[in-house]
Write a protein that binds this ligand. Structure first.
Ligand code: CTP
Ligand code: CA
Length: 227
């Protein structure tokens, strides 16, 4: 965190962070998942603790050590993540959705392992939509004045796509990362931009996930109702 002075500007606040990636089971041994490590969400949780907040971290399938001082709730599926986030959000000042939430889940769960049969092609996998937790939070604002933050990774037209996504979701801030072949393996700069609902943009230079987390909390703190 460099020599950035740590102030307790989130003291007395409750913040909720989701991290990791959901897994949608197909049968007892298989799932649809994604590659999210959860590191950005854990960095958000750790920096919020350092700034004095009470932190609920909803962690989906992560293999990271619990951040000291945060309440960790472990979940597996998008449905479980939704329940845990909405429950914690009831009295939260801010919710940051850093988790990669599966857009779809298998339409049916096979209670026994799916077996192949000689000479038969596999049946197509039928998927159904998962609820959009971020859009639901933004639309319902479980607590008054709650600040709602999303994350998005985009490959093309990063800012235009990010701007459209922020409007579609109705959140206050959207952290947009460019991903793609040139940026995939971390060897090049991978800047983020935080978009706000008023049309503002805050660029964040390439750096540790804690630095991006601190920028997010700076922008959140500015939007919190005074008390
Ligand atoms: N998100 C969510 N619930 C979902 C899907 C996404 O809460 N079912 C949240 C993510 O946690 C993230 C934000 O929405 O904070 C943006 O996710 P992203 O996948 O970029 O948005 P989508 O609307 O799913 O768009 P896309 O079709 O590009 O995947
Ligand atoms: Ca998605």
């Amino acid at each position: 965190r460099g020599d950035r002075a740590v102030t307790a500007d989130l003291a007395g606040r409750h913040v909720v962070v989701s991290a990791g990636g959901t897994r949608e089971p197909l049968d007892p041994v298989r799932y649809l998942g994604n590659r999210s490590s959860g590191k950005q969400g854990y960095a958000l949780a750790a920096t919020a603790v350092a700034r004095g907040a009470r932190v609920t971290l909803v962690a989906a399938n992560t293999e990271l050590a619990d951040p000291a001082g945060a309440d960790v709730v472990r979940v597996g599926t998008a449905g479980q993540l939704r329940e845990a986030v909405l429950k914690a959000a009831a009295d939260a000042d801010a919710v940051v959705m850093a988790a990669a939430v599966a857009d779809f889940r298998p339409a049916r769960y096979a209670t026994g392992k799916i077996k192949k049969k000689d000479g038969e092609e596999p049946a197509p996998l039928e998927l159904v939509r998962n609820p959009d937790v971020l859009a639901e939070l933004a639309a319902t604002r479980p607590a008054p004045g709650q600040v709602v933050v999303g994350f998005a990774a985009e490959t093309d037209d990063v800012l235009a796509n990010g701007r459209a996504k922020l409007a579609r979701k109705g959140c206050d801030l959207l952290v947009v990362n460019e991903v793609g072949e040139r940026k995939a393996f971390g060897s090049e700069r991978n800047e983020a931009v935080v978009l706000d609902a008023e049309g503002g943009e805050t660029p964040v230079p390439y750096g540790p996930k804690e630095a991006l987390a601190d920028v997010v909390w700076d922008l959140v703190a500015r939007r919190l109702p005074q008390r």
